[in-house]
Design a protein around this ligand. Structure first.
Ligand SMILES: CC(C)(COP(=O)([O-])OP(=O)([O-])OC[C@H]1O[C@@H](n2cnc3c(N)ncnc32)[C@H](O)[C@@H]1OP(=O)([O-])[O-])[C@@H](O)C(=O)NCCC(=O)NCCSC(=O)C[C@@](C)(O)CC(=O)[O-]
Ligand SMILES: NC(=O)C1=CN([C@@H]2O[C@H](COP(=O)(O)OP(=O)(O)OC[C@H]3O[C@@H](n4cnc5c(N)ncnc54)[C@H](O)[C@@H]3O)[C@@H](O)[C@H]2O)C=CC1
Length: 420
């Protein structure tokens, strides 16, 4: 008799099979059971348990004239402290200003092995209005939300492909499913009217038509540390920014620092961080080589910063109404639209970048980061939440504490507790 596929097994059988194959202990199974959430079981396939990530709140962010707190979901120590620190450093009369010029998602209908590309192009050009009409008939509700297909573009891609690009205003949604459904309907229309080989129909995550820019200008005095004056710090930040435009090895790390903030906000807001990540890095390569996404420069005694990102984020749809925390997080950050969300996310990315650069070009990253990393190190060697402060206390004298030192500190704490 054929074996029942794993995904068709009842939950308990799947878990028991895994326990058997992986030799899970009773204690390990109890941990899996403790984190199991019925609501999550229908969200993904082959559900086992829920892997929770901590959520914190970055403060001090002044965005478009409002001071806001921004929920962030991350496992990395010092990210939220850095975002708050960046927000504090970027506070000025204006704070961070954000701009979203347009918000459209592109869908692609890819034609392959097209023998007469000139003829197909001419046909598509002549039938633009019909194609947009077909697109708009698929999702009448989208028109009700003020969205809809806006324009199209035809590209010939050597040696034998064509891409019909549809630009769709997706209202307040991220739009992936909306756009995919529209593209599949348009593909069917093309197949009915043309002899073409449609290779695929899918949105593009290279969201060049959903760009958001965050800008800031702050007096250099604000950037001074205990040992370095503000102008020197600002000059060094600009030098670091220039270097990241010239060296891809540095640019990737520079952008990782920006994405520390962006991803954490995107996660807290129930959005698709894979889409954001892939789009951001493609945008960083738009000039041919991989470069920094942000740019810092000085005019007199003012430091300017700018970050532009492709961010097709959704205020509704996707997982935004699946996780109850998302609505609460939107409220905490005073976000009431997809455009607001794009702006706040870019603002956090800019603040995050400034905090990292300032640390790098002054005290070095480990000074502030390691101080906050100690709690994570204590947990990683098995300290219970109650033991963490004592273990951190024992490690705080070390400049680069190792796992071995953390284990020794934990053993010492436990021994001291036994003696109490
Ligand atoms: C770590 C800090 C903030 C220390 O900063 P500091 O100046 O040493 O400490 P501070 O006590 O003066 O604190 C300054 C502000 O930081 C915040 N802050 C300070 N401590 C906390 C805390 N415990 N919890 C919450 N917030 C905290 C808080 O806003 C505080 O202001 P206040 O409210 O006191 O007026 C600073 O050194 C920093 O911003 N460092 C950057 C850290 C960073 O970027 N971490 C990410 C991980 S490293 C990485 O992945 C990216 C990287 C670096 O590779 C990117 C790149 O290379 O470009
Ligand atoms: N390559 C990619 O990025 C892909 C991503 N996805 C996933 O697709 C999901 C996002 O797709 P969406 O189409 O955004 O979500 P969705 O499938 O939930 O559609 C949005 C829904 O919100 C409704 N809606 C209510 N108010 C609206 C308003 N004001 N504006 C617009 N729509 C409104 C729409 O009618 C629609 O039913 C995410 O979960 C993403 O992970 C799926 C396939 C590929």
């Amino acid at each position: 008799m054929a074996q029942t596929p794993f995904y068709r097994l009842p939950y308990g059988d799947r878990r028991d099979l895994l326990a058997q194959q992986s030799h899970l202990t009773v204690q390990q199974l109890a941990k899996i059971a403790a984190r199991q959430r019925d609501a999550d079981a229908d969200l993904i396939e082959n559900y086992l348990t829920t892997y929770g990530l901590p959520e914190g709140v970055a403060v001090n962010l002044q965005v478009n004239g409002q001071t806001i707190a921004v929920p962030m979901v991350t496992e990395e120590p010092s990210v939220i402290a850095a975002a708050s620190n960046g927000g504090r450093l970027l506070t000025s009369a204006q704070g961070i200003t954000t701009t979203v010029e347009r918000r459209e998602v592109m869908g692609q209908i890819v034609l392959s092995h097209v023998p007469d590309r000139t003829g197909v192009k001419a046909w598509l050009t002549a039938h633009q209005d019909e194609i947009l009409k077909v697109a708009n008939e698929v999702h009448p509700s989208l028109l009700g939300h003020g969205g809809g297909a806006r324009s199209l573009r035809i590209r010939c891609i050597p040696p034998h492909w064509m891409s019909l690009d549809l630009f769709i205003d997706v209202g307040e949604a991220m739009g992936a499913n909306l756009v995919n459904t529209i593209c599949e309907a348009v593909a069917n229309y093309l197949k009915e009217h043309l002899t073409v080989n449609v290779l695929m129909s899918i949105l593009s995550n290279y969201a060049t038509h959903s760009l958001v820019t965050a800008d800031v200008a702050v007096p250099v005095d604000q950037l001074a540390t205990k040992t370095v004056d503000g102008l020197t710090v600002a000059q060094r930040i600009c030098d670091a920014s220039d270097f990241a435009e010239h060296d891809p090895y540095r640019a990737v790390t520079h952008n990782k620092g920006i994405m520390n903030g962006v991803d954490a906000v995107v996660l807290a807001m129930g959005n698709d961080w894979r889409a954001v990540e892939s789009g951001a890095h493609a945008y960083a390569s738009r000039h041919g080589s991989y470069q920094s996404l942000s740019h810092w420069w000085l005019t007199g005694e003012t430091l300017h910063g700018e970050l532009t990102l492709p961010l097709a984020l959704g205020f509704v749809g996707g997982a935004t109404r699946v996780f109850p925390l998302v609505v609460i997080n939107q409220q905490i950050a005073q976000i009431t639209s997809a455009r607001d969300l794009m702006g706040v996310t870019a603002a956090v990315g800019l603040a995050q970048n400034l905090a990292a650069l300032r640390a790098l070009v002054t005290d070095g990253i480990q000074h502030g980061h390691m101080r906050l990393q100690l709690k994570s190190l204590a947990l990683s060697v098995g300290a219970t939440p109650g033991e963490v402060p004592a273990v951190v206390g024992r490690l705080s004298g070390e400049t680069q504490p190792t796992t071995a030192q953390a284990k020794a500190a934990l053993a010492a704490v436990r021994e001291a507790n036994l003696k109490k």
